[in-house]
Design a protein around this ligand. Structure first.
Ligand code: ZN
Length: 262
């Protein structure tokens, strides 16, 4: 996609995010990988509902500015995703009310209650709280970026990403819709989980159809374990969980213990 089309699309998606109430004020940000070391991103402190094409910032993959428009400090989260996922070219970060309610309540969106969501998005894990725009936040995301396409940021918001801008937005929308349905179902007495057999069939379909690759079986997702189809790394870890040997230096052990005691 050429730069001009990307600028137009980011403006359009920003309006959608604002109109749908996924962001208020100057919340949220959107970015697109224009080239190997070239990122186009929304500017800092501007409402996503009132952006124009000329406002976009350009940076390299390390966040160095390549034009005069100041990029949001949350770009670090986007850059981590681009570095870890060569298949990803667009990222949308927002504070969607229902998804963020899960993140504020300390809950992942990982119950197998909707067939379409198992097919297209899979599980959305909760990543530990980190101060926005600092390495705390990116460090908390690292363990999840590879196998998930959307994440909850504890006490903050949500992020979704895809091969292009529309796929990133669609995943954000699916996440928010799922969170809303899950909350509504709870007010009706709770949603019923799909049984392991049904989950197995859905995962087979999603792999055959190319909605999600087989490595999505490594998602942090209790229902994949229950259905006996979690990826091998996970199962090995779980089987050997109690016996796995680790080694720490004296300093590392002291640091760990003092962190735990804090
Ligand atoms: Zn944010």
């Amino acid at each position: 996609m050429d730069e001009q089309t990307a600028r137009k699309l980011i403006v359009e998606i920003g309006k959608l995010m604002y109109d749908k109430g996924y962001v208020t004020s100057s919340d949220g940000n959107i970015s697109y990988r224009l080239g190997e070391n070239l990122i186009l991103a929304t500017p800092t402190q501007v409402s996503k509902g009132r952006m124009t094409e000329d406002m976009m910032a350009l940076t390299d993959l390390d966040g160095n500015a390549l034009n005069d428009n100041r990029v949001s400090s949350e770009i670090k989260m986007h850059l981590l995703i681009y570095k870890m996922r060569p298949d990803i070219n667009a990222v949308c970060h927002a504070h969607t009310p229902h998804g963020t309610a899960f993140a504020a309540a300390g809950l992942a969106i990982d119950a197998p209650i909707l067939s379409e969501v198992i097919l297209t998005l899979g599980c959305v894990p909760l990543t530990a709280y980190g101060t926005p725009s600092t390495p705390e936040l990116t460090d908390a995301l690292k363990p999840y970026v590879e196998h998930h396409n959307a994440l909850l940021l504890e006490n903050h918001g949500v992020v979704a990403y895809g091969k292009d801008l529309w796929q990133a937005f669609d995943r954000l929308e699916t996440l928010e819709h799922t969170a809303k349905i899950a909350i509504l179902a709870r007010t009706l007495g709770g949603a019923n989980d799909l049984p392991p057999d049904a989950i197995k069939k859905l995962v087979n379909i999603r792999e055959k159809a190319g909605y999600l690759p087989e490595k999505a079986r490594c998602q942090s997702c209790g229902y994949l374990e229950d259905a006996g189809i979690a990826c091998e790394t996970n199962s090995v870890q779980n089987q050997n969980g109690g016996d796995t040997k680790i080694s720490l230096t004296r300093e590392e052990l002291i640091e760990l213990l003092s962190q735990a005691a804090r």
